[in-house]
Design a protein around this ligand. Structure first.
Ligand SMILES: CCCCCCCCCCCCCC(=O)SCCNC(=O)CCNC(=O)[C@H](O)C(C)(C)COP(=O)(O)OP(=O)(O)OC[C@H]1O[C@@H](n2cnc3c(N)ncnc32)[C@H](O)[C@@H]1OP(=O)(O)O
Length: 213
């Protein structure tokens, strides 16, 4: 998967300003907090969460100075026709509320995400849902692959080993690295680490289609 393939096909027609991007990301963050609040509170606690988010959104809509100093993590990018390209990836996009709030680094041959996951990603009690374990590992391995391999590559095979539950509510390091490149094939591996413990491991194969080689 490439970044351009995760961009919305139904792109908004008009260019947007950096403040518009910041507002979109601010609204996405409010949606994430609402999702956590809806699942994790009820009664007056839930009302308080909703009220706080509605107030903050109204303030930001009414006066862009409310967002002063809030820089968009993904500032606007435009295609050749001047249409804004919206990064919609459900793992990486800061304006997609489904995506967790990841911080991404790449260093040498290693990609790393850091993230603390809230309640809406829960599978077993206090632990990350196994599907999200796979999806996060897939994305970090793919990021490592795209640094090392020329052209577009797609996940062909992905094997996950669930060593122990991946905790919610504490910082995780999600790491991927390339192990071998053989022509169109790139093999990668990685892990999710909480504290000092490796909770899950992944290895996989990415292939660049014949047409793009
Ligand atoms: C709750 C949330 C739910 C979450 C759920 C968890 C989701 C987890 C995340 C999921 C992921 C999400 C991420 C996403 O969303 S990425 C999108 C998901 N992935 C795809 O859609 C990819 C679909 N597949 C394809 O399009 C094609 O298969 C591609 C393009 C990849 C390759 O097509 P192509 O026709 O070009 O390839 P080929 O068949 O000629 O093969 C090329 C060469 O490779 C060799 N080869 C092949 N296989 C193996 C192998 N196993 N071990 C060793 N070698 C192998 C093969 O023999 C050949 O060698 P050679 O003959 O050239 O020597």
């Amino acid at each position: 998967m490439t970044e351009s393939e995760t961009l919305s096909l139904e792109a908004p027609a008009l260019p947007e300003s950096p403040q518009d991007s910041a507002l979109a990301e601010f609204a996405a963050a409010a949606c994430r907090r609402l999702a956590g609040g809806i699942l994790g509170t009820t009664g007056s606690g839930l009302r308080a969460v909703i009220e706080a988010e509605v107030r903050a959104l109204q303030a930001a809509l009414g006066d862009s100075a409310e967002l002063h100093g809030v820089a968009a993590k993904h500032p606007p990018r435009f295609d050749r026709r001047g249409r804004v390209q919206v990064l919609t990836n459900p793992v990486m996009s800061h304006r997609n509320p489904l995506a967790p709030p990841l911080v991404h680094h790449h260093d040498g041959d290693e990609s790393e995400f850091r993230v603390t996951l809230p309640l809406q990603y829960q599978g077993p009690r206090n632990s990350l849902h196994g599907g999200y374990v796979a999806v996060l590992l897939d994305d970090v391995l793919w990021h490592a692959v795209r640094q090392m391999a020329a052209g577009v590559s797609f996940t062909r095979e992905l094997t996950i080993t669930y060593e122990r539950p991946v905790p919610l509510f504490e910082e995780l390091r999600i790491i991927g690295r390339v192990t071998t490149i053989e022509g169109r094939k790139t093999f990668a591996e990685g892990e999710i680490i909480a504290g000092e413990a490796v909770c899950a491991r992944a290895r996989g194969l990415w292939i660049s289609p014949k047409s793009s080689a």
